[in-house]
Write a protein that binds this ligand. Structure first.
Ligand code: NAD
Ligand code: ZN
Length: 405
């Protein structure tokens, strides 16, 4: 039986390669696995050999010690791979298929899955609705920054690419279907982006850039991306976005400088709770700054897409309230402007097939926009370190050397 080299979180600022053991069709005891999930039978699962497995800003929240993730947790929820083995109850997916794995784990049987809300599946995580691979409080499912990973309910969860050769040619674009492309797209769809919209996207990390690509794809007239990282803003300008360096002022003033009016039609938060302040306050962490700025900068009646992550427990927060996830949000302003807020994980399955079809038909390019950068699994630590410093890159780990040069 092969081993299974995998990236483990080992405490703040520390990831290490460990042998996680070859997966079985059963969920075993391990870091963060709720007792109710131990011993769970996974005859409906598939063992996937990851071809591309990306590092995400969501992983960084854990690796920076800003969550309650336990040491030893195997990381990785952005998985694209080849089916290596199927369980006895799998009917559709075949060994050898190249597949995208939605980062949400869903059963396909519960009330929420049945209406397409696979991000809040009720049956895969005994602690709360919703689950993911390699993530704190998400059911204890081992992550896919590894040589092998088990995908439960394989027929339901996996998206099979129609042609293996073609998929390998476009693998870096397709690798973004597991999370950031659908997530950025969902941010825009929930914010109401359509033909002719003006859009402000906070954050030029991979999710913000994916949202910017999505806004343009949906026909937005003007897409303004805000960040304080100049390299990342340059990346956004590289595919036709306007940019706002929020270290130079408040988003609404910067938006006014570009549009002539201080408000946009639609706004997306692709930053989350580790947000910095704006203008002279940009040196400090201000967890509510993006949410408050989006309310100021979005027109009355507008909608706010909020894929940026907010947590229920943040051991590294600056004050007691924020340690419990309570932030100083100016809800009165949002109420006065009749804003609608859309939060939570992205239900990847709602979008991944159509975005795959767009990629395969050369309608959209996502890998270049996020500057996809391939590293072998052995160099995961370097990827985490550089990404943490704000590199304008999306790191893609290649555990088996299968990504064509
Ligand atoms: P990232 O950390 O690479 O990017 C965040 C960016 O926000 C950084 O470039 C940072 O400089 C910038 N920033 C900080 N304060 C800002 C401010 N006030 N205004 C504008 N920009 C500011 O992370 P990422 O990989 O792009 O992910 C972004 C967020 O999306 C994270 O919180 C991540 O956890 C979350 N996420 C959510 C989902 C979902 O399903 N909802 C999926 C994937 C990622
Ligand atoms: Zn992710």
């Amino acid at each position: 039986m092969p081993g299974n080299k995998a990236v483990a979180y080992q405490g703040p600022g520390n990831v290490e390669l460990v042998d996680a053991g070859y997966p079985e069709f059963q969920l075993k005891e391990g870091p963060g696995v709720p007792p109710e999930n131990v011993g769970r039978q996974l005859r409906h699962g598939a063992i996937v050999r990851p071809v591309a497995t990306n590092i995400c800003g969501s992983d960084q929240h854990m690796v920076r010690g800003r969550t309650t993730a336990p040491p030893g947790l195997i990381l990785g929820h952005e998985i694209t791979g080849e089916v290596a083995e199927i369980g006895p109850d799998v009917e559709v997916v075949k060994v050898g298929d190249l597949v995208s794995v939605p980062f949400n784990i869903a059963c396909g049987r519960c009330r929420n899955c049945k209406v397409g809300d696979t991000h809040i599946c009720e049956r895969v995580n005994p602690l709360q609705a919703g689950a993911a691979y390699g993530y704190v409080d998400m059911g204890g499912w081992p992550g896919g920054q590894a040589e092998y990973v088990l995908v439960p309910y394989a027929d339901w969860n996996l998206l099979v690419f129609p042609d293996r050769e073609q998929a390998l040619e476009k693998i870096l674009d397709l690798a973004m279907l597991a999370d950031i492309f659908p997530t950025g797209y969902h941010g825009c769809v929930t914010a109401g982006v359509t033909s002719g919209s003006t859009v402000y996207i906070a954050g030029a990390g991979p999710v913000g850039l994916a949202a910017a690509v999505s806004a343009r794809f949906l026909g937005a007239a003007v897409v303004i991306v805000g960040d304080l990282n100049e390299q990342r803003l340059a990346q956004a300008r590289g595919f036709g976005c306007e940019t706002a360096n929020v270290a130079e002022g408040d988003p609404k003033d910067l938006v006014e400088g570009i549009l002539g009016v201080p408000e946009v039609d639609c706004a997306v938060d692709a930053v989350g709770f580790e947000a910095r302040g704006h203008g002279s306050d940009a040196g400090a962490e201000r967890p509510a700054s993006v949410l408050n700025a989006l309310m100021e900068t979005t027109r009355a009646g507008g909608r706010l897409g909020i894929p940026g992550l907010y947590v229920t427990g943040d051991p590294g927060a600056g004050d007691e309230a924020a340690k419990q996830g309570s932030l100083s949000i100016r809800i009165g302003l949002g109420w006065a402007k009749a804003h609608a807020f859309f939060t939570g994980q992205c239900p990847v399955m709602r979008y991944h097939r159509r975005l795959m079809t767009a990629i395969l038909n050369d309608r959209v390019r996502i890998a270049d926009a996020v500057n996809a950068t391939v590293l072998p699994l052995d160099e995961a630590r370097r990827g985490y370190e550089e990404f943490d410093k704000g590199a304008a890159r999306k790191y893609v780990l290649d555990p088996h050397g299968m990504i064509p040069a």
